[in-house]
Design a protein around this ligand. Structure first.
Ligand SMILES: Cc1ncc(COP(=O)(O)O)c(C=O)c1O
Length: 381
């Protein structure tokens, strides 16, 4: 008999960890809408579920799968990617120093520059691709957390996770990785020494652009993880049971979706690289991308389903190309089945490090040639 712990990740995901309802043998779990659970006789709360701001069987099912896929010891699902980003910072104390990548998902950068700074964290932004710069930023004893995203929005820089975790640990800090774009299909950051993995599960994990969700997975159940749990419990940033159920359903097809999106993105990157109206293609799957060698080491089976192109002719030419797209939808987000295009500089606003000729392409699972043809006609005008 094959034991559950011998099974490959795609088998675990496809079968939601082999779920079979113990009472009625259903192969799909129910949604546990209950917010309160009966206590043991005597009324004193004990182990088990008590109240859904703390826990709920619909969260634990999807958490168990995430924990297995990432190779961690525990996981928490949250109301959104942003609640999963902010909890590890809110679990620190005012005065703590944190080192953070400077080009990454802009919503995180904005929150760190405003709320986190007002709350008293000392936030230092660095180019985390430059390991010397990262090392120089560390303040042993004072730096508590290093936060990186890889591949990082929207220029798709690659951070060397093994090196970054060594640098963080040498200074007594933890490494947290926003792995939304890589997913556990392509990279398992804990295997490279990271302490925490974060996902906007709104993206590839759920994969159908119909759930807002976040997740954290930890390498250790320690005081810090307890404080993160407390943030979720006390701020109430829990995921609803219906969303948890949808997320578990979406994750059953995670592996085939991510593989197809990678295949499409690689083919698009190569086609765009040959297109005369494209001045740059930013995709770690191309051999001339500055992060390609590191990506080859730490990403297995592909380089994710998202890339950016820079259009010769500047902002006007890039907006004109976007207006001509018919298969790519003009919308934000990534990781869904449908392909999206976005002019990131105008989304991010003043102060963005993103060039104004850049279009971010979040590639879906459609037929490859339909996507290439759409981009080609849009660029050809
Ligand atoms: C890399 C990354 N991290 C975090 C987030 C925030 O996630 P959410 O929108 O689910 O709150 C996003 C959202 O776009 C993202 O792309």
């Amino acid at each position: 008999m094959t034991r559950n712990h011998d099974l490959a990740p795609e088998t675990l995901a496809a079968q939601a960890l082999g779920f079979v309802d113990p009472e009625n043998k259903a192969l799909v779990p129910p949604v546990h809408h209950a917010t309160t659970f009966e206590r043991p006789p005597g009324g004193i709360s004990g182990p088990g579920f008590s109240y859904s701001r703390n826990d709920n069987p619909s969260y634990t099912q999807v958490e168990s799968l995430l924990q297995r896929l990432e190779g961690g010891v525990d996981a928490l699902v949250m109301a959104s990617g942003m609640s999963a980003v902010t909890a590890p910072f809110l679990a620190l104390a005012p005065g703590d120093h944190v080192v953070v990548q400077n080009v990454m998902y802009w919503g995180v950068r904005r929150w760190l520059k405003t709320f986190a700074t007002r709350w008293g964290l000392e936030v230092q932004f660095v180019d985390a691709h430059d390991l010397d710069e990262l090392r120089a930023a560390m303040r042993p004893g004072k730096t508590k957390l290093v936060w990186v995203e890889t591949p990082a929005n929207p220029l798709w820089g690659i951070v060397d996770l093994a090196a970054a975790s060594e640098i963080a640990h040498a200074a007594g800090a933890r490494l947290a990785v926003d792995s939304t774009v890589a997913t556990p299909v392509l990279t398992r950051p804990l295997e490279h020494g990271a302490d925490l993995v974060m996902h906007s599960a709104t993206k590839f994990l759920n994969g159908h652009s119909d759930v807002l969700a976040g997740a954290l997975v930890t390498a250790a159940k320690d005081d810090y993880w307890e404080r993160i749990e407390q943030v979720r419990r006390d701020l109430g940033t829990v995921m609803g049971p219906q969303e948890a159920w949808l997320l578990l359903r979406g994750m059953r097809t995670l592996h085939i979706r991510v593989r197809k999106a990678c295949e499409n993105a690689q083919a698009i990157a190569e086609a765009m690289d040959r297109h005369p109206k494209v001045s740059h293609v930013l995709y770690p799957g191309l051999p001339d991308h500055p992060g390609h060698e590191v990506a080859k080491r730490q990403m297995v089976g592909g380089y994710s389903g998202i890339l950016s192109i820079r259009v010769a002719g500047g902002m006007e030419a890039s907006l004109a190309a976007m207006r001509r797209m018919t298969v790519f939808h003009s919308a934000t987000s990534l990781g869904g089945t449908e392909s999206l295009a976005e002019h990131r500089a105008s989304t991010e606003g003043p102060g963005t490090p993103v060039p104004d000729d850049l279009i971010r392409l979040a590639v879906g699972i459609e037929h490859t040639q339909d996507l290439i043809d759409d981009l080609t006609q849009a660029l050809d005008g």
